[in-house]
Design a protein around this ligand. Structure first.
Ligand code: GDP
Length: 439
């Protein structure tokens, strides 16, 4: 689903450049693009504005770490804000009482009955005795549909085809459950094509009669902004506990997932991604944000960099790069920093695009050892002024470090190439100057 949004956000991040820190002008343009991408994805305008204002505030003047680019840093900031927007932590449903009652509400066609079957299967897997209750007294076909689903997942259905009073039916169902050792009762109520007073009054009465431990509102994510409006209407009447977003497998633009929580202040608890009974997922705001950004790996990379990188050191190195003074002491310090971040292969795997390509390449954490040995064999003066390293000095380094002259020459060449790249980058005034991108 979020393909379009992901592509647009990615584009917005790519335009971002920074000089050590992200500047106001830079952020303003990027944030504007992010806002447009969100609105295009059907995110409620007010929500999009609020979230992008927060992103802007967060991003302003943030120092760019040596290991990441401004775009990567922005991705992380947007990820954090989207996660918060969708509620932060995962929220579970409350299954409490004897029996526990779960009431489902929502418009007709939202996927309520399908979800009832999925939820029954989900709770059954946890070892609970589940009873499904057909409370749609207007559409006899709805009862049959629930029975078919119940049979598929192996749970019982309670229905009273002759009874036209949903309040009575649900009360009786709870009583039946009590007597028959059913621990969870899931009530599938009648929906309408649009919100109407009678439906609302009816479900309100059912809620009062059976006192559910969880009332869920089921909504079709494909309905975009309407999903948010309907959620608001239902919540005003029912004060539900959580939202189930359905049809996220379709070409929904995803805006509902992003705005519902902020507008109705109720968490999304499940997402449904298909017609099959297995197609149910718990809702994790952080995973959803990663999916939207399409770059979960970048987020872990930035997080690790933030945890491990010494910002002061990073700033110092950035300064040196900019002044074309990067020397072997700095090189060594950078190696130390990279090593602190953990297993090299894991790190490389996190860089988008690179990860897959490098999957089968052996990267040895010991690969740095000879390089370190060579640098450590240099005198302080040689480290600071690498141009002093002539043939005889190089021979001495090879001997001192237990390597050979080819390895020393290779390192010299690598170092010189790196400085060339840095000089070019300085000319282009871009700050993508981290060892992580050059190693
Ligand atoms: P109800 O009227 O709210 O009970 O909705 P139904 O459960 O009958 O669902 C309406 C239609 O949507 C049915 O054809 C379902 O198979 C389909 N449906 C339900 N959930 C999903 C979903 O997550 N993805 C897709 N693609 N279809 C779904």
């Amino acid at each position: 689903m979020f393909d379009n949004l992901s592509t647009k956000l990615d584009k917005a991040f790519k335009t971002l450049k920074g000089q050590g820190s992200i500047t106001e002008i830079n952020v303003a343009a990027t944030v504007k693009e992010i806002r447009r991408a969100l609105v295009d994805a059907d995110v409620n305008y007010k929500v999009a504005k609020e979230v992008t204002d927060k992103i802007k505030e967060e991003a302003m003047g943030r120092d760019v770490l040596v290991a990441v680019s401004p775009g990567q840093l922005m991705t992380k900031i947007v990820y954090d804000e989207l996660t918060q927007l969708m509620g932060g932590e995962k929220q579970d449903i409350q299954v409490k009482g004897d029996p526990a009652v779960i009431l489902l509400s929502g418009l007709q066609g939202s996927g309520k009955t399908t979800f009832a079957g999925k939820l029954a299967a989900h709770l059954k897997k946890q070892g609970r005795q589940v009873l499904l209750v057909a409370c749609d007294v207007y559409r006899p076909a709805a009862i049959d549909q629930l029975k078919v689903l119940a049979e598929q997942v192996g749970v019982d259905v309670y229905s009273e085809p002759e009874n036209k009073n949903p309040v009575d039916i649900s009360r009786n169902a709870v009583e039946f459950a009590r007597k028959n050792n059913k621990k969870v009762v899931i009530i599938d109520t009648a929906g309408r094509l649009a919100v109407d007073e009678q439906m609302m009054a009816e479900i309100e009465q059912v809620k009062r009669a059976v006192n559910p431990s969880e009332t869920l509102f089921v909504v079709d994510s494909m309905t975009g902004q309407d999903a948010v409006n309907t959620a608001k209407t239902f919540n005003d009447r029912l004060n539900f506990d959580g939202v189930v977003l359905t049809k996220l497998d379709g070409d929904s633009r995803g805006g509902a997932a992003l705005s519902i929580r902020a507008v109705v202040e109720k968490p999304i608890k499940f997402i449904s991604t298909g017609e099959k009974m297995e197609a149910l997922d718990l809702f994790y705001p952080d995973r959803m944000a990663q999916r939207i950004l399409g770059m979960g790996d970048v987020i872990s990379l930035v997080e690790r960099a933030q945890q491990q990188f010494d910002e002061e050191e990073a700033k110092r190195i950035n300064q040196k790069i900019r002044k074309n003074q990067f020397n072997f002491d700095d090189f060594l310090s950078q190696l130390e920093q990279i090593k602190k971040m953990g297993n090299i292969k894991d790190l490389v795997g996190m860089i988008p695009g690179v990860g897959k390509a490098m999957k089968d390449v052996e990267i040895d954490d010991d690969a740095f050892k000879p390089i370190e040995a060579i640098i450590k064999s240099m005198t302080p003066k040689e480290r600071a002024q690498p141009e002093l390293l002539n043939g005889s000095r190089r021979k001495r380094l090879a001997q001192g470090s237990g390597t050979d002259i080819q390895q020393v020459n290779a390192l010299m060449k690598q170092f010189e190439d790196m400085r060339k790249v840095m000089r070019t980058m300085n000319k282009m005034s871009s700050t993508k100057g981290g060892m992580a991108q050059m190693a």
